[in-house]
Design a protein around this ligand. Structure first.
Ligand code: VG1
Ligand code: CO
Length: 544
């Protein structure tokens, strides 16, 4: 007989969500009751799910299918009315966000560790999104974490979860499981926002594009939208079949991990436009022929020209960027006379601004851009907005960038990551620097003098919530800036992120290599924080 089982459990240490949900080694998640505990804590933390409708899906990484089986059985045991699941358990993060909104669901569970590698030896993750389709706020996240520390039991339906490989509705106890096509609704939304005729015309005229899905979730979405609906030749989408281990790579769209695309875009017969997305489809990388576009610059260009797409023809209500993201978009907002908000890292901080209609476009330096069409960043959305802009202006990516810098100046920008650093050493680096912040003003590092230094904290202008400890900032007198923070998405050791920026307005100096343009800031960053000495690393592991 199938029934609701109440199984005893004990709190598990460290189930603390980071920047975007809980991420751990797959092996950890697979060890019963690790996943069960966390799902129980989510359901308790949000006040129960009796009678609720939930969206469930993930990026297809190893353990995605089995984890969904557990989630469905637990949702049934907790009295949910219905779970809407992407066929095969697949849903990109932006598509899941859209589905929560369009179906007026009460929330959703998204299974992903995003840009982290997947597979039995790699990473897994789970996060809860609320009824607005966005990541749970800090306060909800805190409640979930509090429940993980106090669990006595979890509820699970004893029967098997239904087959989710075919469309249709099945039942699990009193709960319905509705398996839907993960792509159609999302593709329709994109068709409403962008001028597909104009993009189709561009492509029909010989414009060549290459989209690298990095063996992750966006492959089928990109094939449907770019190839089938917009007419890009078959094969324009590469690495388009989602694999449980993403082909052994990091599904992280940056010049390091998407080097295959970078090589193709710098080859003699390069396509006109290249793009890539990450494991769960919310990030994007944009490359023109021989021209990489930094995510911060991409946000600024999109903010400047979004009105060329039908969905944004009315103009933007405002823009928002995470604090470490370059100030390029601020200059656009200033010119347009619209508000520009500066939030902590992580998409959860944009939700209130989008819900309140204060911001239309948001972005992060980590290759995340999005708008109020959903409550997550959206990789393919950014690609389509770029294509729409290119179709309307008839310019190349390189020409658009040159125009942008000529008008607004160029915020040279780079992020240096030191990965899997000893956690104690990384924490000590940050703690010691925090203690020295008050003395830094006036100090000189090479050619640079410090104007001021602080630790970023955020007061949400909509709900008044306060977020402290969001990164150490050092501002120099010439307008340059360096930011230090520790990653909240890693699963081993600590990752130190150093964000470097300087503004250049001299028309003669707009086309340098960012590492050269930032050389003084890079040296100052090391002198200020003692990176090499404390981490034992002579150079960063990843430079983007
Ligand atoms: C990183 C990025 C951050 C992004 C987060 C989730 O966080 O820096 O900008 O929002 O990943 O993106 P952290 O704490 O490691 O710096 V995703 O596409 O991994 O969900
Ligand atoms: Co992601």
């Amino acid at each position: 007989m199938t029934e609701i089982q109440t199984l005893p459990t004990r709190p598990i240490e460290g189930q603390k969500p980071g920047t975007s949900g809980l991420r751990k080694k797959t092996a950890v998640f697979r060890q019963t009751p690790y996943l069960e505990n966390y799902v129980q804590a989510i359901f308790e933390g949000i006040g129960g799910i009796e009678g609720q409708v939930l969206v469930v899906g993930g990026d297809g990484r190893y353990f995605n299918d089995r984890a969904i089986g557990v989630i469905l059985r637990m949702a049934a045991a907790h009295g949910a009315a219905r779970c809407i699941v992407g066929r095969g358990g697949l849903l990109s993060t932006p598509a899941a966000s859209h589905l929560i909104r369009s179906r007026k669901a009460d929330g959703g569970l998204i299974l992903s560790a995003s840009h982290n590698p997947g597979g039995p030896e790699a990473d897994f993750g789970l996060k809860y999104n609320g009824p607005n389709g966005g990541p749970a706020s800090e306060s909800v996240t805190e409640k979930i974490f509090a429940r993980t520390r106090d669990l006595q039991h979890y509820l699970i339906w004893s029967g098997e979860a239904p087959d989710i490989s075919r469309l249709g509705t099945a039942s699990l106890g009193a709960m319905e499981v509705e398996v839907i096509d993960p792509i159609g609704d999302y593709a329709d939304l994109m068709a409403r926002l962008f001028d597909f005729d104009a993009i189709r015309g561009l492509i029909a005229g010989g414009f060549r594009l290459r989209f690298d899905a990095m063996h992750a979730i966006t492959g089928p979405y990109a094939q449907e939208i770019l190839e089938r609906r917009l007419g890009a030749p078959a094969g324009s989408v590469v690495n388009g079949t989602p694999l449980p281990d993403f082909g052994g790579g990091h599904p992280d769209p940056n010049p390091i991990w998407a080097h295959e695309l970078m090589a193709a875009m710098h080859a003699p017969n390069a396509p006109d436009f290249g793009a890539a997305s990450d494991g769960d489809g919310d990030r994007n990388m944009i490359v023109g022929r021989g021209c990489y576009v930094s995510p911060s610059d991409s946000l600024a260009v999109l903010a400047d020209l979004a009105h060329l797409a039908p969905g944004y023809a009315q103009g933007l209500k405002g823009v928002a960027r995470s604090m470490p993201t370059s100030c390029a978009v601020d200059r656009v907002a200033e010119a347009k006379g619209i508000a520009c908000y500066e939030t902590p890292t992580g998409w959860k901080f944009f939700g209130t601004l989008l819900d309140a209609g204060r911001a239309t476009l948001c972005g992060e330096e980590s290759a995340g851009t999005g708008s109020d069409h959903v409550r997550e960043k959206d990789g393919l959305w950014a690609v389509l907005l770029w294509l729409n802009i290119l179709a309307v202006t008839g310019k190349s990516v390189a020409a658009l960038m040159a125009d942008h810098w000529a008008r607004y100046g160029r915020n040279y920008y780079s992020r240096h990551d030191y990965e899997e650093v000893d956690a104690a050493a990384a924490t000590a680096l940050i703690d010691d620097l925090r203690a020295r912040l008050p003395e830094l003003a006036g100090a000189r590092f090479g050619a640079l003098a410090v104007a001021r230094a602080d630790e970023f904290a955020y007061d949400d202008p909509v709900d008044g919530s306060h977020a402290a400890g969001q990164g150490l900032r050092v501002f120099f007198e010439n307008g340059a800036r360096v930011v230090f923070r520790l990653s909240g998405t890693g699963t081993a050791g600590a990752t130190l992120r150093v964000y470097l920026e300087s503004l250049e307005t001299d028309p003669e100096k707009l086309h340098q290599d960012p590492q050269d343009a930032l050389a003084e800031v890079i040296m100052a960053a090391d002198a200020i924080a003692g990176i090499a000495a404390r981490t034992g690393r002579a150079a960063p592991d990843v430079v983007t």
